[in-house]
Design a protein around this ligand. Structure first.
Ligand SMILES: [Zn+2]
Length: 359
């Protein structure tokens, strides 16, 4: 028997699951935890398929009826639970499901998403009374399990105490500590480490041909696949342009240029978007710092801007780039604290100007 031949990440975790499966020692409740975008949901689907795949040579085969239905999140014995927003209509929920069924690694718009409601948990519990409809094992995946409020969590606890034999529960979280102790202690915990660039590439190549732009997105996403797919969806070029315009304006010290650059950045009026742009500016300065101190081109992340980076690094080689990175990190904290962004960005530009020392 071959196992998980199509799944190229988290080989260690897979072999752990495989060996438990062969010994008939899989747990009835798992807690998959680790930082965002490490493929926890995708691995949960692999486990669901392993338990139910009809193929006798290779599990999961990704060809049989069961595997196909699970991959499409459309199997009657698979329940996929996630927090929703009270403003969502039924079509918003089906849209979320359809996005995830096309790419389980894709990020989800979190606007207004609050919690996993007690009603949803009650519905789940009610469902568990019946054995599987079509397959061997029912699998319930509860994603962002930390978003169960106290009421939902307590209700869920009853299910964890005595799950029927035909049920496997998989809780997923990137904030393990928010979960109730009583929930954590009843699950077998599996930690998901950050993905390497090679692992990220293995996943991404199933959706996009790998080119220089994608390689760069993978590098700056640092093992977070949600970030990778989010960046590929959103206009990556636009963001890079904002970064360069802001840096040029800051370096010029011109009030008009700074004011225009700040207006452009704040057009979306989106705090998270600003944080992303500032993180890209930090990457820019990290690159400049690498070039300046190590003179190593191969560690540079923004390799499509190597000329601009080299010019910048040469022009301001006497600057304390680490200090500038600190200033940027401070600005990110302040944006998260809801300080008025246009003012903050203007001050930031001036502080960067102050710290840039020409050769
Ligand atoms: Zn199969």
């Amino acid at each position: 028997m071959q196992y998980f031949t199509d799944f190229k990440i988290h080989k260690k975790i897979l072999s752990q699951l495989q060996s438990a499966y062969e010994k008939n020692k899989l747990a009835h409740a798992y807690l998959f935890y680790g930082s965002e975008g490490t493929g926890k949901e995708a691995t949960a689907l692999e486990l669901a398929k392993l338990l139910n795949c009809e193929d006798e040579q290779s599990k999961p085969c990704n060809k049989c009826n069961v595997c196909n239905k699970i991959n499409k999140l459309n199997h009657p014995d698979l329940k996929y639970i996630f927090p929703i927003s009270s403003k969502w209509k039924p079509e918003d929920i089906s849209k979320r499901n359809s996005n995830k069924s096309q790419n389980i690694f894709a990020p989800i718009d979190q606007e207004g998403v609050t919690n996993i409601s007690i009603d949803k948990i009650r519905e789940l519990k009610n469902e568990t009374k019946y054995p599987p409809y079509e397959s061997k094992q029912k699998v319930y995946i509860i994603t962002e399990a930390d978003k169960m409020n106290r009421e939902s969590a307590n209700s869920f606890l009853k299910l964890l105490e005595e799950p029927p034999d035909y049920l496997t529960l998989i809780l997923i979280t990137s904030s393990k500590n928010v979960l109730l102790d009583t929930i954590r202690s009843r699950c077998r915990s599996i930690y998901f480490p950050r993905l390497s660039n090679d692992e990220s590439m293995e996943v991404v190549k199933n959706f996009h041909p790998i080119d220089d732009k994608i390689l760069k997105v993978i590098k700056f996403s640092q093992g977070n696949l949600k970030k990778v797919f989010g960046s590929l969806e959103e206009d990556y070029e636009t963001k890079q342009k904002l970064v360069l315009t802001f840096l040029r304006a800051a370096a010029s010290g011109s009030a008009v240029k700074i004011s225009d650059a700040v207006d452009d950045m704040f057009k979306k009026r989106d705090k998270n978007y600003l944080v992303e742009i500032l993180n890209l500016i930090i990457l820019w300065f990290q690159d400049v710092n690498h070039l300046n101190t190590l003179n190593e081109e191969k560690t540079v992340i923004n390799f499509d801007f190597i000329t601009e980076l080299t010019n910048f690094s040469n022009a301001y080689s006497k600057s304390d780039f680490e200090q500038i990175i600190n200033i940027l990190e401070e600005a990110i904290q302040n944006i998260k604290r809801n300080i008025y962004a246009p003012l903050l960005l203007t001050v930031l530009a001036l502080r960067i100007k102050e710290s840039l020392i020409k050769k």
